[in-house]
Design a protein around this ligand. Structure first.
Ligand code: NAP
Length: 274
């Protein structure tokens, strides 16, 4: 904990974690609102997750954490109240400490992911999703609620992807990462491919129709090779910052008891892309 007595703090935990932009986002909002709190990053490996949770739950200054790769599934077993997360999204990205030390878990990724698509009518539209990890679960949960049509999942591990289709009651198919894309109206990269330090995502976008949207959840780098290829084809793009800011806003209010300041998103995006 910090040397500052009674200063509330929250964290983002993961492995790797150095790339995380969450401290910048929450730090920007804390400063803008004049809240005497901190938001840090903590490098937590899979084998250290249970010890991290046990230690932090005893710290009254710790308001909770955001959870990223590779802990979103494992964290569900470590909180006291996972709400309906296990039976719905099945992955946890936010843990909030209650004053009595109990831990509540939730997921703010699905709402954050869907926010930039909310104005579109995706009902019945064919979609393609790369990945079948924690982020893909939030994406598929949101897409199922939007009543999309045929869903093609491209993933290294086919069984995980098949289980996700079934879990969310989606009609679709599962193919390998080297399969040609379907003519999807929306392509989402919810894998870690293309992220700094990870292998590239190599897709031929030519099967996508005019007007298709390419949405990359990866935000480090922000302008991924996938988004550059989509722009070169004249397709609409959504980068990972919209989702990142959206999911962070919901978590911020849970940690610090106030919503982020309004009308500051452009300033925040500029800070995040500087
Ligand atoms: P995760 O649970 O670890 O899942 C990773 C996914 O990537 C899995 O589908 C995995 O395939 C695939 N993958 C990883 N390495 C691979 C490799 N070498 N070859 C082929 N496939 C590989 O991670 P996550 O939490 O879902 O996060 C995925 C990405 O989304 C990350 O880049 C993360 O930063 C980003 N994200 C962004 C936001 C946002 O707000 N913008 C929110 C959440 C996540 P297998 O299933 O075969 O293991």
């Amino acid at each position: 904990m910090s040397g500052v007595p009674y200063a509330p703090y929250a964290e983002v935990i993961g492995d790797p974690i150095a790339h995380s932009k969450s401290p910048l986002i929450h730090g920007f909002w804390l400063k803008a609102l004049g809240i005497a709190g901190e938001y840090r990053r903590a490098h937590v490996k899979a084998e250290g997750l249970a010890a991290y949770v046990a230690e932090r739950r005893a710290d009254p200054d710790w308001r909770g954490c955001n959870v990223t790769i590779p802990h979103k599934i494992a964290m569900m077993d470590l909180v006291d109240d996972p709400g309906d997360i296990r039976g719905t999204i099945g992955a946890m990205n936010t843990v909030v400490r209650q004053p009595d030390g109990s831990l509540i878990g939730t997921n703010t990724d699905a709402a954050g992911f869907y926010a930039p698509l909310a104005e579109l009518d995706l009902e019945g539209a064919p979609v393609a999703v790369v990945g079948a990890g924690g982020a893909a679960r939030a994406v598929l949960f949101a897409l199922a609620r939007a009543k999309v049509g045929h869903v093609t999942i491209l993933n290294r591990s086919p069984l995980k992807a098949m289980a996700l289709l079934a879990a969310f009651g989606l009609k679709g198919d599962v193919v390998g990462l080297d399969a040609p894309l379907p003519p999807a109206a929306l392509l989402v990269n919810a894998s870690s491919l293309g992220m700094t330090g990870q292998p590239p995502l190599e897709l031929d976008l030519s099967p996508l129709p005019e007007g298709a949207i390419v949405y990359d959840l990866v935000y480090a780098p922000l302008r991924t090779a996938l988004l550059r290829a989509a722009e070169a084809r004249g397709l609409d793009i959504v980068d990972g910052l919209d989702m990142l800011i959206g999911q962070a806003a919901l978590a911020f209010e849970l940690f610090f008891g106030a919503p982020p300041p309004e009308g500051r998103d452009e300033e925040l995006r500029a800070l995040l892309t500087a």
